[in-house]
Write a protein that binds this ligand. Structure first.
Ligand code: FAD
Length: 418
């Protein structure tokens, strides 16, 4: 890694950083690769990094139709946690969380992982029973979980509304202290820089427009920059998984829906953890710059638009303000949205497909950012060995045919949601 002294940073401020080296190359596509990955989000780039690093497979291209991180990777609310009840999910997300804990070292790049605690509020006895059940299930898996009384929650998040006439009374909560946030752009950039330095070609502005299938096997892709042959093709296209898989004649059990988020102007630290709730339609955290980040429900109807609907936003803000009334004085700076591929059991789809040579990493719904290092590691292992790694085996595409869904009512913070 290039070293920059204080003097060189000062020089850069005056000369537009003209002496800085690009962090990755911009190669033209080669005629053929061992592995072509469709999608330059965190998942595609992490898969490329681990293919090269763990398996020595470097003749790899990551094809991105826009710029890297321009999909959901650069649009999410950055929450990282492993607080699941079902064993296949908690095992997978805990594997991923352990990778997050040393990701900056792994990539020699600061991904600003911030384990500030992922707090889920309970608003009724029923909520508290469900939180206790989930905490027990996590503890059985060796995952940290602490059930909190109302007073304990008050100490952690004093700005929440604990008054007796609060719209959403707070009975207590459950916290995973090792959960938190990470800087999403840095995750894409860190994986890209590392994959590139190991020989992977990251090709931006290169849209896959169709698949080349010969005798039932995918042998390449047609792109906006010409045909590229491939030993294997891996789809990491998130909200566009269904569209891309259809190019090979596959109909995936996913629906693309818009998910939005919002951020306010920056203020001094006031929200200490990531605050989610067991029964509302909003969650809140504070960015490192001080902005209060709100997230809510998906828009609930199919769309490829990267912009959202006002009603969904309004609900998230209304509930957020009811939880922390002091936020009502803040000005909202920005809202944005991403296209998520909602699977029908709320769990991801990783592994082989009925088309030879075609593999998939998708169905992440609204929770795939925290999966990024874990899925990259395990998907790379799966591609290298041509069989599902045992941790991701429960998430195979054929589970829907076999009647073996992994259904925890959605992989996001909302219990009643797909
Ligand atoms: P992406 O980053 O979307 O990458 C896919 C890439 O494929 C895109 O860059 C796209 O341009 C490219 N592509 C698509 N079609 C083609 C094609 N034909 N040819 C070439 N390239 C193509 N998850 C969490 O864990 N925690 C959160 O707090 C969280 N909050 C979220 C909030 C919002 C508002 C949104 C939208 C999502 C949130 N998520 C969260 C979900 C998370 O962002 C995604 O699951 C995750 O980023 C998916 O990563 P990815 O690399 O698979 O997809």
């Amino acid at each position: 890694m290039a070293k920059y002294s204080a003097l060189s940073l000062l020089r850069g401020a005056f000369n537009g950083q003209s002496h800085w080296q690009p962090a990755w190359r911009h190669p033209d596509p080669k005629a053929s690769y061992d592995v072509v990955i469709i999608g330059g989000g965190g998942h595609g780039l992490a898969t490329a990094h681990y293919l090269a690093k763990n398996h020595g497979i470097t003749n790899v291209a990551v094809l991105e139709k826009g710029y890297i991180g321009s999909g959901n990777t650069g649009r999410n609310t950055t929450i990282v946690r492993s607080n699941y009840r079902l064993e296949p999910l908690s095992r997978f997300y805990e594997f991923s969380l352990k990778l997050w804990e040393q990701l900056s070292d792994e990539l020699n790049y600061n991904v600003m992982f911030s384990p500030r605690g992922a707090l889920t509020l309970g608003h009724s006895d029923g909520d508290m029973i469900r939180l206790a059940e989930k905490g027990d299930a996590m503890a059985v898996q060796g995952i940290d979980a602490e059930l909190l009384t109302r007073d304990q929650v008050m100490k952690i998040e004093p700005c929440l509304d604990f008054s007796h006439d609060a719209r959403f009374p707070i009975e207590g909560g459950m916290i995973q202290w090792r959960g938190g946030t990470a800087r999403h752009d840095a995750v894409a950039w860190g994986f890209a820089r590392s994959a590139d330095s190991q020989g992977v070609d990251i090709i931006q502005q290169c849209e896959v427009t169709s698949m080349v299938v010969d005798a039932g096997r995918v042998v390449g892709v047609e792109t906006s920059r010409g045909r590229i042959n491939a030993g294997m093709v891996a789809i990491c296209a998130a909200g566009h998984s269904g569209h891309v898989a259809a190019m090979a004649g596959l109909k995936l059990p996913v629906e693309s829906q818009t998910l939005q988020a919002m951020v306010t102007e920056g203020v001094k630290p006031m929200v200490n953890t990531v605050v989610m709730t067991q029964s509302l339609h909003c969650y809140i955290s504070q960015s490192d710059k001080g902005g209060i980040v709100f997230g809510g429900d998906p828009d609930n109807w199919p769309s490829y638009a990267q912009r959202g609907h006002a009603v969904t936003m309004e609900l998230a803000v209304q509930q957020g303000l009811a939880l922390i009334p002091a936020l009502s004085r803040l000005r909202m700076l920005r809202t944005w949205a991403g296209v998520t591929d909602m699977s029908f059991d709320g769990s991801p789809i990783i592994g082989s497909t009925p088309v030879d040579g075609l593999w998939i990493d998708g169905g992440w719904c609204y929770g795939g950012f925290k999966a990024t290092p874990g899925s990259g590691y395990l998907f790379a292992d799966t591609l290298a060995n041509q069989r599902p790694h045992e941790i991701i085996a429960p998430f195979s595409l054929d589970r829907f045919e076999r009647g073996s869904p992994v259904d925890e009512n959605g992989t996001g913070p909302f219990p009643n949601h797909r």
